[in-house]
Design a protein around this ligand. Structure first.
Ligand code: AMP
Ligand code: GLY
Length: 432
């Protein structure tokens, strides 16, 4: 018998569940052992959830494994994965520390975009103090965007109307960032349009291949109102088929020129403006909840893509285009993205066994004495599919049935958006 493969996945969300699910599908029939750090209550049923990164890597080093693949996901592990890559020669799929700057430094990524002639929002200036924020913002047209140059848990961007609001944002970020506060902000033009998430697979020679285009929904309530969230739902492919070839070519040329090659994903946040697609931001990971629809929609083997990416062989386009669209509905608790109430609602076993949908579980899923429970946050993404050419009523009905299933089997304080299919259809009309 062949020895098992070790697949280690960093992260704790429904995205990581989807990654494990897709790799498991791609490697059907092979012996795989999954490890997660930190993982979540459900992922314990898929493999071992380790207490720290070192323990996962020690387990991976066991001679019983034929080969090892570690997916580092977020930019936060870039430094660690560089050193493990050098030490072990294993496939450690994720950004290098240098490439991770594209995500964590807004100033770096803005300058990088300019140098590669990548269309993006105009930068009005870089401020290193609250006084500089005030002085730049007094000279520019409102509304404008203020972005913190550093990591602050996804709360580093604000669209503001006045210099005072820009200063208040500075104070808020300073509190959130604590000792790590960089004092640096960039101020830029506010773009309008619909957003898209483009995931580019990047290889170690700077070749890139796009996957199907995704979209997500960031605001908590129907009709795009309420607090910003990590994402309430997603579709892949998103409506419309914009020509992104020249953007993708500029990015690939830029990565090669500036030596930012790595094996992993480059997430390009795009605004579809009247002047064409413009880049809002880069991340060096898959998006959540986009991944929960992107990976099911990826008709290619994700495992093969990873191997080619590591070998510098991503030279051929990936996709056989499919007419199937995947929709994801994030099922959260009512207090999600607002004041947490510390509730613990038991969740019925039908979510875990025999559900008529693919369901990916998140980090806020808890477990107590063998009983799963919903604890303040995003609990799961439920995924369904439909034919791109089906009449509108089919999509609305498919979503309606999924919502009905969720509500029938849901936990006590469940919350989900119910207007995602409607929004998809509005955008579909706009783009055709
Ligand atoms: P970022 O972290 O740079 O992606 O920003 C997070 C979110 O802020 C984006 O997904 C957009 O919704 C919004 N955003 C960022 N930059 C701009 C911009 N220049 N104009 C309008 N919205 C923006
Ligand atoms: N869906 C947005 C993100 O993952 O950042």
């Amino acid at each position: 018998m062949r020895s098992p493969k070790f697949i280690g996945i960093l992260g704790s969300g429904a995205r990581e569940h989807a990654i494990a699910w897709k790799l498991n599908k791609d490697l059907e029939g092979q012996d795989i052992e999954f490890g997660f750090y930190p993982g979540n209550a459900y992922l314990k049923t898929w493999g071992t959830c380790y207490q720290d990164f070192e323990s996962m890597m020690t387990a991976a080093a066991s001679p019983k494994f034929s080969d090892r693949l570690i997916l580092t996901g977020s930019e936060a592990y870039a430094g660690l994965s560089d050193s493990w890559r050098r030490k072990t020669g294993w496939i450690i799929w994720g950004p290098t520390l240098e490439a991770a700057q594209l995500e964590w430094s807004k100033d770096y990524s803005k300058q990088w975009m300019k140098a590669q002639h990548i269309p993006t929002a105009e930068c009005y200036g870089v401020a290193n103090s609250i006084e500089e924020i005030e002085s730049i913002s007094k000279k520019i047209k409102a509304p404008f965007v203020v972005k913190y140059d550093g990591l602050v848990g996804g709360k580093g961007v604000a669209i503001v109307e006045t210099p005072k609001a820009a200063q208040q944002f500075y104070i808020k970020v300073a509190k959130l960032a604590g000792d790590a506060f960089t004092k640096k902000f960039i101020l830029e033009e506010k773009l309008t349009g619909v957003e898209r998430s483009l995931f580019l697979f990047v290889d170690t020679k700077g070749n890139v291949q796009p996957g199907p285009l995704s979209m997500d929904f960031k605001l908590k309530y129907d009709n795009d109102i309420g607090p910003n969230t990590g994402g309430m739902g997603a579709f892949t492919p998103a409506p419309g088929d914009p020509d992104l070839a020249s953007l993708v070519a500029s990015i690939s040329a830029g990565l090669k020129k500036s030596g930012l090659m790595y094996s992993g994903v480059l997430y390009v946040g795009i605004m579809m403006t009247q002047q064409g697609p413009k880049v809002l931001e880069f991340n060096v990971r898959l998006g959540d909840p986009e991944a929960q629809t992107f990976l099911p929609a990826l008709t290619t083997s994700f495992y093969d893509v990873i191997i080619q990416s590591n070998a510098g062989e991503l030279t051929e386009p990936l996709l056989a285009k499919s007419r199937t669209v995947w929709g994801g509905i994030v099922c959260a608790t009512q207090d999600y993205a607002e004041t947490p109430t510390k509730q613990k609602d038991p969740i019925g076993s039908d979510w875990f066994e025999g559900a008529p949908y693919q369901i990916f579980f998140s980090g806020s899923l808890g477990e107590q004495s063998g009983q799963f429970e919903a604890r303040s946050g995003r609990i799961a993404t439920l995924v369904y599919s439909f034919d791109q050419n089906a009449p509108e009523s089919v999509l609305l009905e498919t979503e309606g049935k999924a919502i009905e299933w969720v509500e029938k089997h849901g936990w006590k304080h469940i919350y989900l958006r119910k207007d995602l299919a409607k929004n998809y259809l509005i955008q579909k009309k706009e783009f055709t």
